[in-house]
Ligand binder design. Structure first.
Ligand code: NAD
Length: 485
């Protein structure tokens, strides 16, 4: 009975991961694998945030009036420069936040692809009735971003924002500011004029000051649900639109007719991507009772076979979490779940003590759990770490409500050979992404990416969909021919 009382009050420690020894006046990134400082810079003084916005505001009209071809050329040149500097950028990303080197290389490559794609896809101009419908820039767009995908996630905001004629003030994560500084230098080298992209470096107080500036026309945020909620509340009274991409607690549903080996591959890949520090990471496995034992064995085997160590090494599958505090929090959450009845089925091996490049404090093993209590916090809160829990269901009718029973609605994956189940999944799952027989964390550039419930407020990123929150529509009626750009 006492345990039940403790259970109902339990919660995951979701305090921010960004708690290192920095002062408010500087930003500092530390390589979590080694503890070594990767980047430091003075933060933007709080008192200077207004002047920073002012520069972006002053530059906006001229930037928007430049021919679209000029703006496209900047994006294309930027793509070429990221391609040129891809290995330097990848090393910086690894050093700042501990991502696997191959994933950092892929992030740089995706940034190149995204810049070229957007250069080819400016905001569409359409004819509707007697009007030419144009998408006009909003003005100064604030981009507030996290550390886990420090180049590509911000680029998906500012590439289309700049192309549409907005200027941008970017507040990157205080844990990955070096990547932001490098990206901004490349944008300038690509010909972006002064003021078109301004940086505000520092923590949440700088983000709050940015949101409070009356010249900011729109806020584009990716990060935790708590921060997204705070930003949304701070803007509500001023009718400033915001696009929020937030956390996830993403389910994989496995039906008995599925290819279980393939399902296990996808679940472990999506559960341990960026070391479980990915918004779309698979965190909950719901498996039909008839397939549970076989799937559990397949998952446990894969977790046991993961290699942990220096993320710069090509043979490593799991690097560190972003900092030692994140590892301590994850360890505490697993211990807490275990003390309330959860069973730890498998954990990945620790990094070799012989690996000279590794300081162990930020390492946390990939963990497979089952038997979570009904009120287990891991069912309701996002733990940003490679922890995957397994539950069983007796039928599809029972599975769908289990999958939907979280505050989040970012992505889900479904493994089945039955096209009817695949079709039903798309109807009944309350998530922005539904992936059938593939990883739940994969997102295509041209498709919309928009979580529901506590994962997003309905403004998609991805492809041309993002223009809905970066532009305003203007119906242009005129009796003479109107140029379409
Ligand atoms: P975070 O919310 O702590 O920080 C994100 C950004 O917001 C940082 O720049 C930070 O300085 C700023 N910030 C933090 N608190 C703030 C506040 N109260 N007011 C204004 N700004 C604030 O998130 P994080 O630890 O950097 O990143 C991890 C989180 O991001 C996870 O929850 C993850 O799911 C989410 N995420 C979501 C997506 C998505 O597309 N849905 C993608 C990547 C990460």
């Amino acid at each position: 009975m006492t345990d039940r009382t403790i259970n109902t009050n339990r919660a995951i420690d979701t305090s921010r991961t960004n708690d290192t020894n920095r002062t408010n006046d500087e930003v500092e990134s530390r390589n979590p694998a080694t503890g070594k400082v990767a980047f430091t810079s003075p933060a933007t003084a709080l008192a200077d945030v207004g002047a920073t916005v002012g520069r972006a505001h002053a530059a906006q009209e001229a930037w928007a009036r430049r021919p679209i071809q000029d703006r496209q050329a900047v994006l294309r040149d930027f793509a070429g420069l990221v391609e040129r500097d891809a290995s330097r950028l990848a090393e910086l990303i690894v050093a700042e936040m501990g991502k696997l080197h191959r994933d950092a290389v892929a992030e740089a490559a995706w940034t190149v692809t995204s810049a070229r794609w957007y250069a080819d896809h400016p905001p569409p101009v359409e004819r509707r009735g007697g009007a030419v419908v144009r998408r006009r820039p909003l003005g100064v767009v604030a981009a507030i971003t996290p550390w886990n995908v420090p180049l590509l996630t911000p680029a998906w905001k500012w590439l289309p924002a700049l192309l549409a004629g907005n200027t941008v003030v970017w507040k990157p994560s205080e844990l990955a500011s070096g990547t932001a500084v490098a990206a901004r230098e490349l944008l300038r080298e690509a010909g972006l004029p002064p003021g078109a992209m301004e940086l505000v470096l520092g923590g949440p107080d700088r983000a709050r000051a940015l949101c409070a500036d009356p010249r900011v026309a729109s806020v584009h945020f990716t990060g935790s649900t708590a921060a997204g909620r705070a930003i949304s509340q701070s803007l509500a009274g001023r009718f400033v639109p915001c696009a929020l991409e937030m956390g996830g607690l993403n389910a994989a549903l496995v039906f008995p007719d599925a290819d279980l080996e393939h399902a296990a591959d996808c679940i472990i890949a999506a559960g341990t991507a960026i070391n479980g520090q990915k918004c779309t990471a698979t965190r909950r496995v719901l498996v039909h009772e008839a397939a549970a034992d076989a799937l559990m064995d397949a998952l446990a085997t894969r977790i046991g076979g993961l290699t942990s160590g220096d993320p710069a090494r090509p043979d490593v599958d799991l690097g560190p979490l972003v900092n030692p505090a994140a590892a301590t929090r994850a360890e505490r959450a697993v211990a807490d779940a275990a003390s309330c009845g959860a069973r730890v089925v498998a954990r990945s091996p620790s990094p070799s003590p012989a690996d000279p490049a590794v300081a162990p404090e930020a390492f946390f093993p990939a963990t497979l759990l089952t038997g979570l209590s009904p009120d287990e916090p891991l069912r309701r809160h996002e733990l940003f770490a490679p922890v995957v829990s397994v539950e069983t269901f007796p039928s599809a009718d029972a599975a769908w409500p289990m999958a939907n029973a979280t505050p989040f609605g970012l992505s889900a994956s479904v493994f089945t050979a039955d096209p009817a189940i695949a079709a039903e999944a798309a109807e009944v799952l309350h998530t922005g992404v539904v992936a059938v027989n593939r990883r739940g964390d994969a997102v295509d550039l041209e498709a919309p990416f928009a979580g529901v419930k506590d994962s997003g407020n309905g403004h998609p990123e991805g492809g041309e969909y993002v223009y809905s929150s970066l532009t305003t529509l203007q119906a242009h009626y005129q009796d003479v021919p109107v140029p379409t750009r």
